[in-house]
Design a protein around this ligand. Sequence first.
Ligand SMILES: C[S@@+](CC[C@H](N)C(=O)[O-])C[C@H]1O[C@@H](n2cnc3c(N)ncnc32)[C@H](O)[C@@H]1O
Length: 277
Amino acid sequence: MFNLLKKINYKPEPFEFYSADLLWTDEHTVQKMLSYHLNDAIEASSRGSTFIDKSVDWICSYFKVSNETQIADFGCGPGLYSQRLSAKGANVTGIDFSKNSLEYAKKQALENNLSINYVYANYLDYELTDKYDLICLIFCDYCALSPAQRAILLKKFRSMLKPNGKVLLDVHSLNMFTILEEKASYEFNYLDNFWSADDYYCFINNFKYEDQKVGLDKYTIIERDTIKVVYNWLQYFNPTALEKEFIEAGFTNMKLFKNVAGEDYDESHTEFAIVAE
Ligand SMILES: C[S@@+](CC[C@H](N)C(=O)[O-])C[C@H]1O[C@@H](n2cnc3c(N)ncnc32)[C@H](O)[C@@H]1O
């Protein structure tokens, strides 16, 4: 018991473990995730539809989207952006490693007579050979990646862009980091059986890495016969740190916004978005 509690409360090195697949591809949690994506009242997996409509309108106008425009939507989930962008005439490729979300996305595309190329893949490994005018990574997914993974992804983006092609992504700001607190708790069947249909105890350890500006929500899920640990890392950025990563990957002409709906950059906000060429 003592040793188990020690393991549960162990604070790993920043990004020591990557378990995004447990969060996004586990057979049970994917069902829960999809329901969150599609529930306007829960902004846990996607933003609400009013915001997404506004965001897509801005993307189409800012990037002058036409039926010549090739867009890659990384981490497209159930296709909430892909579908809207395709309806506006863009040629869209959506990449995701949640089979469940992609199945939903494909069904929606079929029902709405939209031709969208959905690719089932881990975007950190997968090589897309086509070239794009715009690559999106929306809902702060960039923050879940380690510095090494982010460098790989930006290099990949750069190789996939047409001349003058652009990347649009959003991140958590340091305003969010400041209010983080280290704490530990546990709960029976935490989040309404989010982690399993069977009974479990979930230990929740929130860790903060002051120097690296990283936060970790570590979940230790203890069922009758199994234990699994899920690490939800988040890197928090100030504009200079984010721009530095883009510059190192060979991008230029960075522009900051409050969000992916193109509102003016607001330094007091908990997130911000970047466009880089
Ligand atoms: C927070 S959701 C955002 C979905 C969508 N961009 C939106 O805003 O509605 C993150 C999505 O990225 C996917 N994802 C996370 N890491 C991934 C990876 N390494 N490869 C492919 N998909 C990934 C998840 O399956 C999930 O659908």
